[in-house]
Design a protein around this ligand. Structure first.
Ligand code: PLP
Length: 386
């Protein structure tokens, strides 16, 4: 894939919009109609019905998402997990095998660990830092490799170009969860990935008021997943499409500000005497910094860290900050803070968390749009008390 046809900010506003404008409406109206008049459509998938993801609200979003990731096609879903599960169920069959990054969002890990064995889909987890070991994990029934652009919650950046090439050389599908990076910082299709998935609940919508997902990538694959979505039913409601569409228009300005805030906070934390470690790919001492700098347009709004005082200090710190809200999720205008072991990764078996390197005292922070100085002051006062 070449470069974007226009600047990303322009595409976020104008790509995919109805043309001509519907009744001149500058903002696309909400088509809150469950079904649409039959006009002689010849196939089931051509009928116009919300579950078939083809209202004007869906179609506009599909066009916009594909344009901003420089990809062929896109599809929205009822949640990030609907995007992930529908994609994997559409592309994998009983007897198939998938390789997945060891450190992943807990819900994805649970899907693979809890549901896949019942469906006779095998999973093996790869070590992001040991690419030489990946070939030995490929089996005759391996169909796909699944990674996250910036892993949740440790902010690893696996060799993304290497993953895409590894998949291409072996005829595997390459699937990436691009939620943390967003198309502002990384566009998977430009680096050879077949499919990019999002929890649109996070940055794409950006206002913590919607649950949604997206699948973006090669058109025949997206079409296959769209058909599976219409069978499995995890389709997005038009009102949620509208909110996500509205949120996406400000994605560029939001994410650039969040990149900046997270970098400042990461630098502040790494210098603080009470902080044991900071995970942020924009820090020079992050093991994947050079790779992230080469691949990304920004390092993202997410960071995680550990305090020297362990779990007790982490709990005290989270209790003392006044601006970030302690809640699961991320990517909204409000800063959020959490211990993943109590929220996003609480469903993962303790042994799997340990293996992935996720400690009980790890704190994850999602930078919002508050003034960075205020966030730093808040962190400073909270750290003084732990
Ligand atoms: N992918 C990542 C990286 C996530 O962090 C999450 C949720 O936190 C998901 C997928 C699942 O998204 P949703 O909650 O929209 O189903």
């Amino acid at each position: 894939m070449g470069k974007l046809s226009k600047h990303l900010d322009t595409l976020l506003i104008h790509a995919g919009e109805p043309s001509p404008l519907i009744e001149g409406a500058v903002s696309i109206p909400i088509f809150q109609s469950g079904t649409f008049e039959y006009r002689g459509e010849s196939s089931y998938y051509g009928l116009r019905y919300i579950r078939l993801s083809n209202t004007p609200n869906h179609l506009a979003l599909h066009r916009k998402l594909a344009a901003v990731e420089n990809a062929e096609a896109a599809l929205v879903t009822a949640s990030g997990m609907a995007a992930i599960s529908t994609t994997l169920l559409a592309l994998l069959s009983p007897g198939d095998h998938i390789l997945a990054q060891g450190c992943l969002y807990g819900g994805t890990h649970n899907l693979m660990r809890v549901e896949f064995p019942r469906l006779k889909i095998e999973v093996d987890f790869i070590d992001a830092d040991a690419p030489a070991s990946w070939p030995s994990q490929v089996k005759t029934n391996t169909r796909a490799i699944y990674v996250e652009t910036i892993s949740n919650p440790l902010m690893q950046v696996i060799d993304l170009k290497g993953v895409a090439a590894f998949a291409r050389d072996r005829g595997l599908l390459s699937i990436i969860d691009n939620t943390f990076a967003t198309p502002v910082n990384f566009r998977p299709a430009e680096h050879g990935f077949d499919l990019s998935l999002h929890s649109a609940t996070k940055y794409l919508n950006g206002h913590s008021d919607v649950v949604a997902g997206a699948v973006i990538g090669r058109a025949p694959l997206v079409e296959r997943i769209n058909r599976a979505l219409s069978h499995l039913g995890g389709s997005l409601d038009p009102h949620a499409c509208f909110l996500m569409h509205r949120g996406m228009k400000t994605l560029g300005v939001r994410v650039r500000q969040q990149n900046q805030a997270a970098l400042c906070l990461a630098r502040f934390l790494e210098r603080h005497a009470k902080v044991a470690s900071v995970n942020y790919p924009g820090l020079e001492r992050h093991p994947h910094y050079l790779r992230a700098r080469a691949l990304f347009d920004g390092f993202g709004g997410m960071l995680s860290f550990e305090l020297k005082g362990g779990v007790a200090a982490a709990e005290a710190f989270i209790g003392r900050v006044t601006l970030p809200i302690c809640a699961p999720s991320l990517g909204g205008v409000e800063s959020l803070i959490t211990r993943p072991v109590t929220t996003s990764h609480s469903g993962m078996a303790a042994v799997d968390r340990q293996r992935a390197g996720i400690s009980d005292s790890l704190i994850r922070f999602s930078a919002g749009l508050e003034a960075t100085e205020d966030l730093i002051d808040d962190f400073e006062q909270a750290l003084a008390t732990v």
